[in-house]
Design a protein around this ligand. Structure first.
Ligand code: NAP
Length: 250
């Protein structure tokens, strides 16, 4: 992993207000990157991330926007370009769960997870690719999941979206490689955030038993991997899925 400064670079982190996205914002800012902190509902949480970055001498601004809505995703990228003048790093982190066994899963739960977790990333990549192509430089990191690699009972919608995100990562990597844009994915395992706090104790225990390193991960541990793939030092890595999962999927 690198701590090389990224002065002058601008990052957009979707779902930067909480959990893994928040840790990614702080890790990128610590390397000198200006950070656009996206949120959908929790404006105050995003404002808190901005305050923390500014207090440490960094640059950041909060931007509301629902990535599942194509016009809002386009608007988000446009606002970031207006505010910071460029966009070098896109981290597609925004995600939700609507867990249910397949036999009882509602179409709405399928669609909501697909639209945010998979289509949201597509919207943001499509909007961000143009300025990145003009610059002939870009780093896109998509946050997928161990569930997209291994599957997980009760998460048909989520694991399908996360597996789709891996396909999207590899296609985008191939489409944009000649323009100096790398596209990679990070696949976290079970990480201590609001998302996992909402799971039942039994569900957490069942997954915990599958972690060779014997513990949940921390958002900061995922953020380090994202920061590396977002750095200039990772310029020869594209189309890769980096697992940060305590050994769950190997
Ligand atoms: P979290 O704590 O629940 O935070 C979710 C974030 O996504 C929040 O910042 C939320 O914004 C934002 N968000 C949700 N829907 C959005 C939308 N439509 N548009 C824009 N932002 C939206 O989740 P997390 O655990 O940090 O997870 C972050 C990412 O890592 C997700 O993609 C998740 O699938 C993935 N992941 C998590 C784990 C884990 O164990 N936690 C494991 C593997 C993968 P508001 O604050 O405004 O609500």
């Amino acid at each position: 992993m690198t701590n090389a400064p990224q002065e002058g670079r601008v990052a957009l982190v979707t779902g930067g207000s909480r959990g893994i996205g928040r840790a990614v914002c702080l890790a990128l800012a610590a390397r000198g990157t200006a950070v656009a902190v996206n949120y959908v509902h929790r404006e105050e949480a995003a404002a808190d991330v901005v305050r923390r970055i500014e207090a440490a001498g960094g640059r950041a601004r909060a931007f509301g926007g629902d990535v599942s809505d194509p016009s809002q995703a386009d608007g988000l990228v446009r606002e970031v370009l207006e505010a910071f003048g460029r966009l070098d790093i896109l981290v597609n982190n925004a995600g939700i769960t609507r867990d249910m066994l397949i036999l009882r899963m509602k179409d709405d739960d399928w669609d909501a997870v697909m639209n945010t977790n998979l289509k949201g990333a597509f919207h943001c990549i499509r909007a961000a690719a143009r300025p990145m192509m003009k610059q002939r430089y870009g780093r896109i990191v998509n946050i997928t999941s161990v569930a997209g690699v291994m599957g997980n009972p009760g998460q048909a919608n989520y694991s399908a979206a996360k597996a789709g995100l891996i396909g999207l990562t590899k296609t985008a990597a191939r489409e944009f490689a000649s323009r100096g844009i790398t596209v990679n994915a990070v696949a976290p395992g079970l990480i201590e955030t609001d998302m996992t706090a909402a799971m039942t104790e039994e569900a957490v225990q069942a997954l915990h038993d599958q972690i060779p390193l014997g513990r949940l991960g921390r958002p900061e541990e995922v953020a380090e991997a994202v920061a590396f793939l977002s750095s200039e030092a990772a310029g020869y890595i594209t189309g890769h899925v980096l697992h940060v999962d305590g050994g769950m999927a190997m």
